[in-house]
Design a protein around this ligand. Structure first.
Ligand SMILES: Nc1ncnc2c1ncn2[C@@H]1O[C@H](COP(=O)(O)OP(=O)(O)OP(=O)(O)O)[C@@H](O)[C@H]1O
Ligand SMILES: Nc1ccn([C@H]2C[C@H](O)[C@@H](COP(=O)(O)O)O2)c(=O)n1
Length: 231
């Protein structure tokens, strides 16, 4: 090191997008932990605001009612990949945001432009304050939230592989029903007007269908390291 000065790596911003069940959360958390980066699950933020709407009796199919309440809940995300947290008005909602009710309503809530503006602002503030860098995962991170990210990855996998993974998680869930639900949610997320699920033009696509989770993690870690080394 020149003059004995310690050289610190510049903060690295990694955007990981893709449809449901492609492995975004598992991969992003592991990559962030391995590389000493922060981690942000943006789907959890959309789920949290959806949970608040449902808990407060707001009709999630009424876009005007959802828009009018968009600024009301305080949403806080903890970005330690070993222990990510999500609270709404101080309440830990990490369990309640994973219910079937929230899952079935989150696409409608997240399609409302006022909701996206609010949550996007939160995401950019969190990314800007991540010291060593951050892995941010979602649907529109590379296209809209952080278009200047250092590295953009778009994960894919066949609907069959994704359904099998999800029904393994939801023990006993029927694979066919799970597959149909995934496809429905992807279609809603891809077809909305406001920052739909999409691959950024400069994203690296990784098809995870025939890869194990450790293989996907290794692939993304290598891509980040190459980017940091300026390759
Ligand atoms: N390459 C893989 N091979 C096998 N299982 C995997 C792989 N990647 C992820 N999984 C498993 O698939 C399930 C879904 O993964 P994960 O939650 O990371 O996906 P996701 O893209 O974040 O989904 P969502 O967008 O719905 O939150 C988890 O049980 C995870 O352990
Ligand atoms: N950047 C994002 C992240 C998520 N969403 C919406 C669409 C998803 O169906 C929902 C839940 O995400 P998940 O927990 O399954 O990753 O949130 C979005 O619109 N934009």
């Amino acid at each position: 090191m020149e003059n004995g000065a310690a050289r610190t790596a510049p903060a690295v911003i990694v955007a990981i997008d893709g449809p449901s069940g492609t492995g975004k959360s598992s991969t992003s958390k592991a990559v962030a932990a391995q590389l000493g980066l922060s981690y942000l699950d943006t789907g959890a933020q959309y789920r949290a605001i959806t949970w608040w709407m449902v808990s407060n009796g707001i009709d999630t199919d009424d876009a005007h009612a959802v828009a009018a309440a968009a600024d009301k809940p305080e949403i806080l995300s903890g970005t330690d990949p070993a222990r990510p947290t999500i609270t709404v008005d101080g309440v830990d909602v990490s369990g309640p945001i994973r219910t079937q009710e929230v899952t079935s309503r989150v696409s409608a809530v997240s399609a409302v432009p006022e909701i996206r503006t609010r949550i996007t602002e939160l995401q950019r503030t969190i990314a800007a304050s991540a010291g060593t860098g951050i892995v941010v995962e979602g649907r529109d991170i590379g296209t809209t939230v952080l278009p200047d990210a250092d590295l953009k990855i778009f994960l894919t996998a066949s609907p069959e592989a994704r359904a099998a993974r999800r029904s393994g998680e939801l023990k006993g869930a029927d694979v066919h029903t799970t597959r149909e639900a995934l496809i429905r949610r992807d279609a809603a997320d891809s077809s909305r007007k406001a920052s739909p699920l999409a691959k950024a033009g400069d994203a690296v696509e990784v098809d995870t269908t025939d890869l194990t989770l450790p293989q996907v993690i290794e692939c993304v870690v290598t891509l980040v390291e190459e980017k940091r080394a300026g390759k």
